[in-house]
Design a protein around this ligand. Structure first.
Ligand code: ITT
Length: 196
């Protein structure tokens, strides 16, 4: 069976391929099919994952898997959350995650010591079928923000996130260790349990 991975984010696509690899599913990326990037107008991770999956399934005629994810910071009342990618964008839409991480850290410091450094990543996965049906799953991983950022692996906010029980950031550990505990892996576990 062929599955469209409805993302234009290379880091996500790599992780989704790694997480799907034991399941013998043939994957094709949205960029390879020249699918457009839909506007993310939803108010929740699940809403955005569903609209991306639905559009890709409708345009390709194939089942489509979408991922909407982000970093939710307690001291910032859950921000950047669904705006995690947008916090990295300049006026021309170019992304710079060093700048996004600086903004997060700056706002965490401004919130004061008592607000703490707790944060969690969220990942919503949606699978849409060409017949119109759709199923969604949400995963989380809790941890602490650190400064300065450390590590070259992973993507996005990984260099400033240390999962509970670990000493190294998500950008310092190897991909297998991230896949053992990440928000994306947690959502995948639920997806695989439901869809077999
Ligand atoms: P698509 O919509 O095309 O999938 P996107 O990058 O725009 O790509 P999102 O709107 O879901 O995707 O934005 C999620 C952002 O949250 C992403 O750009 C990362 O910066 C961050 N993020 C998500 N998962 C992450 C992870 O595992 N590690 C670090 N940052 C992550």
């Amino acid at each position: 069976p062929k599955l469209v991975i409805a993302t234009h984010n290379a880091g996500k696509l790599r992780e989704i391929r790694e997480l799907l690899s034991p399941h013998g599913i043939e994957c094709v990326g949205a960029a390879e099919l020249d699918l457009p990037e839909p506007e993310e107008t939803g108010n929740t991770f699940i809403d955005n994952a569903e609209l991306k999956a639905r559009e890709a399934a409708d345009l390709s005629g194939l089942p489509a898997l979408a991922d909407d994810s982000g970093l939710s910071v307690d001291a910032l009342h859950g921000m950047p959350g669904i705006f995690s990618a947008r916090w990295a964008e300049d006026a021309d839409g170019n992304r710079d995650f060093r700048r996004a991480m600086e903004r997060v850290w700056h706002e965490v410091e401004a919130a004061g010591e008592e607000a703490g450094h707790d944060a969690h990543f969220v990942c919503a996965l949606s699978v849409a079928w060409p017949d119109g049906s759709i199923e969604s799953f949400e995963g989380k991983v809790h941890g602490t923000l650190v400064w300065p950022p450390r590590g070259e692996r992973g993507f996005g906010y990984d260099p400033m996130f240390v999962a509970n029980g670990m000493d190294q950031t998500f950008a310092e550990i190897d991909p297998d260790q991230k896949h053992a505990i990440s928000h994306r892996a947690d959502a995948f576990k639920k997806l695989v349990a439901a869809l077999g």
